[in-house]
Each structure stands twice: as structure tokens, then as C-alpha cells.
Design a protein around this ligand. Structure first.
Ligand code: NAD
Length: 500
């Protein structure tokens, strides 16, 4: 079923969704696989009910998936011209749109997010991302070099580089934007000519499993796209498999460090997109009308479960009282409820475990001396956390230093630009940041001083397929998107030819 109107509530769960939930399967070597080991439950965060049982990949399943990907690289896929890869990827993008409403409903059911976000971000922007990356498949190119080698006398040389697919890619994704993260990994890998084994997060495997079915329907040869499911142990087995040539991971800094360490044991290239604790810096001269989007998109997009979420708000003293009053009013006005109703802007967090984490961080913030500014009620059933803003948080406490990854932010006053930048940079993370001001001279002066992979100005939390994305410091290694995205999946070979 085609994607629904973004802000319209579904008239009911689509029959395709109901049918899919009965027996979701992994995809290994083009076959739907149920797995030998006992499966695991996937829950609906809106009410805590079990949505589906999903297979747990055994070590043998991991092995078969990696070997299938290797065989694909050695077979038809390895020799396929870029233009044919482009055509397959465009077909897959069309299929994502044609099945858009089913994918959007699945995403909202497993993740809890607004159906509007599922339709616009998970489905529509994933299809666009595939199309963008499909274009790069025909634009892979090396360079030629003049060389100065003079031995033996009379011999001449010419040198050039070839870009070759790195091989089998192990892709591991988190739960916050499940289909989007799947496509951010798989699309550039396919454009580069790699084969992929994807392991989505155990909380939200359903849209990746459906994506795998659509990849098969699009006509990708067997073994090019494999999706296996399980928890961190399955991810670890995949990372350690000797048949994997490249690891790409998006998730927490803690797990990223483990994966990076493992990857180095066999010197495998690894891309790490990790956590964040983004600052938003509001200067006295900012347009206060922007506090609406700053709150809805910057701070509480996806109920704050965004790696770039503006979690630390710094406000210059001249507008502090007014800005805090406005942020409180806007936050209090955000409707809380089930993601299937697009009017609800704060939806349940993803899982019971994450609910405990977010509530625990709020309690810890209070215990560490921060002042909660809001007292909002959340629905009792399901994993709902009411949004919270804190004042008086000390910079060395957990609420200022660690990811909450929920609808929670701190607000801190500052006086000077120097003070603001020092505060903004005062965490181990460096993924995103934003400066809010009308003064272009200030912007140009301060942007180089901000330690973050992306700095937004008068906006926040806006990624684009054409704009490199990744982290400074402990927010990661490498960049996704843009012209460089394929480099994550390509090796460079220098060729030096002697002639006389
Ligand atoms: P997580 O690190 O707990 O899990 C991510 C994935 O890693 C899951 O698929 C999980 O099963 C797997 N995993 C866990 N242990 C593993 C191991 N030892 N070896 C291999 N795989 C393992 O993260 P999460 O809770 O799913 O997601 C939230 C985190 O993701 C946040 O920290 C957030 O900031 C981050 N994130 C970052 C970006 C980015 O682009 N930088 C984007 C989205 C989310």
C-alpha cells in the first residue's frame, strides 16, 4: 500500500502488516530463514504488548550469511556494472514507496514513533536516500598520477588508482531510526558494489526484515543483501567472523568501543557512528520565534531519541527568563500519546529497558541537585516518559555528561561567547551542535571553535544525504552521506605501469 498522507491517522492496521507480523523471517542467501534457535519477542512500546516473534540467528546462520555474501561478491554481483546496480537500487526505492504505508505502520508499531515521522523520515527519506546513493554507482573513479621514478634509466612509468569494493560488509544498526539507519548503511555499500550482512537492533528488527524481502523482490542476486536478527551476541559473532571485510556500526559509544577494539584484532576497516550530547546555544540576538522549531525538532524530535538531540541548552543572560518561560510553555503543550495518532508529538520511548534508563537519568539529575521545571503527566500504560527540562544542573553531573536519549534537556545561562563555547564543548561527545543568532560575524568566528561533526545555525537536527555526517571525539570515526559516503566501502589500489 502506498504511503499515507503524513498527518493522517491510519484507518486501522493494514492487513499486510498483520500478515507480516505472523512470521517475520531473516533473509540469508535469498532464502527466508526461520532460524534454529528459539526466537525473541518484539514489543509495541505504546502498550507493552508482544507484536511478533523474530528468529535469533545462530552462529551457523551468521556463518551462512557471511559465506553467501562472499559468494555473491565472487559471482554475478562482483562483475555487475555500476549502471545495473543503479537500476536495482532505484527499483528497491520504488518498492519502498509502493509498500510505504506497511513499512511506516510497522515502524510505528515496533519503535513507538509518530506515524508522521515513520512516513516522512523512515519511508520517504529512505527511498530518496537510496536514489541519491544509486547515482554514485556510476560515478566511481580513480585518478592518474605523474610519477618521478627514474630507474632503470630510460624506463617510464604511469600510475593510476582504481577504486574497488571492500568486499563483505557487516552493518549493525540501532533502534532509533531503524529503516533509515538500515538504508544509510546498505545503500552506499550496494552502490560501491559490496555485499551486506545487516544486523538490526533487537528492539526494532521488523522494518529491516521487510526491507530484505523488498531487496529480493527488486532482483538483487542471492547473497547480496542478507538480514539476520538477534541481540548483541549476534552482532558480536558477525563482527568477529573472518569472512567480513568491513564493519559499519551505528549505536552507543560503549558498544562502538568494543566493536572498534575487536575490528583492530584483524585490522578490519570500521566506521563508527556513536552517541551524542548536543549543545544548542541561544544568543541574546536570536529570533525568539525559532524557539518553536528549536524545541520540536531540535530537542524533542523522535521524543528526544536522536543522536543529535539538543540535550544541553545554553541561553545568554539577556533572554534567559523569556526563553525559559517559552521553552516551558512549548514543551508543556506537546501532546503525549500513541504514535499512530500523528497529533501526538511525544510518543513512548522504545522499550521497558530504555524507559527505566530515562526515568533513572531524571531521578539522578534531581539527586545531583538539578531543578526540574515541569510537572507533566504521562499515560500510565506503555513506555511513556513526560518531557522534562532541568535548570541548575552542574556540568560534571550525569544529566549534563551522559546520553539520556529521551525527552529531557538541561537549560544553563551564560554571559560571554567564550563561556558559551567552553560549555558547549564540555563533554566527551562531538556529534552535533547549533548556534542561534542573527550575527553572521559571530557565526563565522565561532563555528571553527565548536567541536562537533555538524554545526547548525538557527536550526538543529537536520541531516541531509548530501552533507557529511559523523562525530568528533567519542561520537565516532568516519563520515556517512555525501560524496565521501562510498569511500567507506571502497579500497584504493594504486597501479604503477612501467613502459619504455
Ligand atoms: P546499542 O549500542 O546498544 O546497540 C546498537 C546495535 O549494536 C544493536 O543492533 C545491538 O544489538 C548491537 N550490539 C550490542 N552489543 C554488541 C556487540 N558487543 N557487538 C556487536 N553488536 C552489538 O545502541 P542502541 O541503544 O540500539 O541505540 C542508541 C544509541 O545509538 C545512542 O547512543 C545513539 O546516540 C546512537 N546513535 C548514533 C547515531 C549516529 O549517527 N551517530 C545515530 C543513531 C543512534
Amino acid at each position: 500500500m502506498r504511503i499515507g498522507i503524513p498527518d493522517q491517522a491510519p484507518s486501522g492496521i493494514s492487513p499486510d502488516v498483520t500478515a507480516f507480523l505472523k512470521a517475520p523471517k531473516m533473509l540469508i542467501n535469498g532464502q527466508s530463514v526461520g532460524g534454529e534457535a528459539p526466537g525473541f519477542d518484539v514489543f509495541n512500546p505504546a502498550d507493552g504488548s508482544v507484536l511478533a516473534q523474530v528468529p535469533t540467528a545462530s552462529e551457523a546462520d551468521v556463518d551462512r550469511a557471511v559465506l553467501a555474501a562472499r559468494a555473491a561478491m565472487a559471482g554475478a554481483w562482483g562483475g555487475m556494472p555500476g549502471a545495473e546496480r543503479t537500476r536495482l537500487m532505484l527499483r528497491l526505492a520504488d518498492l519502498i514507496e509502493e509498500n510505504g504505508e506497511e513499512l511506516a505502520q510497522l515502524e510505528t508499531l515496533e519503535n513507538g514513533k509518530s506515524i508522521m515521522l515513520s512516513r516522512l523520515v523512515e519511508v520517504a527519506s529512505s527511498a530518496e536516500y537510496l536514489r541519491y546513493m544509486a547515482g554514485w554507482a556510476t560515478k566511481i573513479r580513480g585518478e592518474t598520477f605523474d610519477v618521478s621514478i627514474a630507474v632503470p634509466p630510460g624506463t617510464r612509468y604511469t600510475a593510476y588508482t582504481r577504486k574497488e569494493p571492500v568486499g563483505v560488509v557487516a552493518a549493525i544498526t540501532p533502534w532509533n531510526f531503524p529503516l533509515n539507519m538500515c538504508v544509510w548503511k546498505v545503500a552506499p555499500a550496494l552502490a560501491a558494489g559490496c555485499a551486506v550482512v545487516l544486523k538490526p537492533a533487537e528492539e526494532t528488527p521488523l522494518t529491516s526484515l521487510r526491507f530484505a524481502e523488498l531487496a529480493r523482490e527488486a532482483g538483487f542476486p542471492d547473497g547480496v543483501v542478507n538480514v539476520i536478527t538477534g541481540d548483541g551476541a549476534t552482532g558480536a559473532a558477525l563482527v568477529q567472523h573472518p569472512g567480513v571485510d568491513k564493519i559499519t556500526f551505528t549505536g552507543s559509544t560503549e558498544v562502538g568501543k568494543k566493536i572498534g577494539t575487536k575490528a583492530m584484532e584483524t585490522v578490519k576497516p570500521v566506521t563508527l557512528e556513536l552517541g551524542g550530547k548536543a549543545p544548542m546555544v541561544f544568543f541574546d540576538d536570536m529570533d525568539l520565534n525559532l524557539l518553536g522549531p528549536a524545541t520540536g525538532i531540535g530537542m524533542f524530535f523522535n521524543s528526544g531519541q536522536t543522536c543529535c538531540a539538543g540535550a544541553r541548552i545554553y541561553v545568554q543572560k539577556g533572554i534567559y527568563e523569556e526563553a525559559v518561560a517559552t521553552l516551558k510553555a512549548i514543551t508543556s503543550s506537546l501532546p503525549i500519546g500513541d504514535g499512530m495518532n500523528p497529533a501526538n508529538q511525544i510518543n513512548p520511548v522504545v522499550s521497558a529497558k530504555h524507559f527505566d534508563h530515562v526515568k533513572g537519568m531524571i531521578a539522578r539529575g534531581i539527586a545531583d541537585g538539578a531543578t526540574p521545571l515541569l510537572d507533566i503527566a504521562a499515560p500510565g500504560q506503555g513506555y511513556y516518559v513526560a518531557p522534562q527540562l532541568f535548570a541548575d544542573a552542574r556540568s560534571d553531573t550525569a544529566i549534563m555528561q551522559d546520553e539520556v536519549f529521551g525527552p529531557v534537556a538541561t537549560i544553563t545561562p551564560f554571559e560571554t561567547e567564550e563561556e558559551a563555547i567552553a560549555m558547549a564543548n564540555d563533554t566527551r561527545y562531538g556529534l552535533g551542535a547549533s548556534l542561534w543568532t542573527r550575527d553572521i560575524n559571530r557565526v563565522m568566528k565561532l563555528v571553527p571553535q565548536v567541536q562537533a561533526g555538524t554545526v547548525w545555525v538557527n536550526s538543529h537536527n537536520i541531516p541531509d544525504q548530501n552533507m557529511p555526517f559523523g562525530g568528533f571525539k567519542q561520537s565516532g570515526i568516519g563520515r556517512e552521506h555525501g560524496t565521501g559516503a562510498l569511500d567507506n566501502y571502497l579500497e584504493t589500489k594504486s597501479v604503477c605501469v612501467a613502459y619504455s
